[in-house]
Design a protein around this ligand. Structure first.
Ligand SMILES: [Zn+2]
Ligand SMILES: [Zn+2]
Length: 172
């Protein structure tokens, strides 16, 4: 088989996961899943958050795909693309945890990017944390980040229209 197919499947799956992350963050985590996501939006001194359970959901998705692609588990019914989809989900999970938990929330390391796209990622996600409670908010995706100036404008609009409770300082 052409080696290009697995590579394309991994890349497409990782890209699709940004959409899965965005939509589940916006409609599930800030919806009926808020009970698990809430502590990620509130200050605390605990090492772990209930919100970390969502990482286990992602891991379960990846593991299920690896199982589906494995002849050891599925025998004749193994579906080879599933292995590469599982790898794409895993790659996205690693990027997500490095960017979200590492770079933005400094759970593993402390490095504040001063310029470029890394700085924009951090600012965009900090602005996601600028709202109080589950209503409204901006920047539900992670790897694709909009211009922070536009996000701030959105937040001001949401505050004015009473859609969201927004923290006073929008500059850090
Ligand atoms: Zn959130
Ligand atoms: Zn966060």
């Amino acid at each position: 088989m052409n080696v290009l197919y697995p590579i394309l499947i991994v890349l497409a799956s990782a890209a699709a996961m940004e959409f899965v992350a965005w939509s589940s963050h916006k409609y599930i985590m800030h919806g009926f899943g808020w009970a698990w996501h809430r502590d990620h939006h509130e200050p605390h001194d605990n090492l772990l958050e209930k919100n970390d359970l969502f990482a286990l959901v992602g891991a379960a998705m990846s593991i299920s795909m690896f199982a589906l692609g494995s002849p050891l588990v599925m025998g004749q019914g193994a579906w080879w693309p599933a292995t590469w989809i599982g790898l794409g989900i895993l790659v996205y999970g690693l990027v997500y945890t490095l960017v979200h938990d590492g770079l933005v929330h400094q759970r593993y390391f402390r490095w504040v990017p001063r310029r470029g796209y890394a700085k924009r990622l951090v600012q965009a996600h900090k602005l996601h944390h600028a709202t109080i409670g589950k209503e409204g908010g901006v920047s539900f995706g992670f790897v694709l980040a909009r211009d922070p100036a536009r996000l701030k404008q959105d937040l001001k609009d949401q505050r004015q229209r009473g859609i969201a409770v927004v923290r006073e300082a929008l500059d850090d």
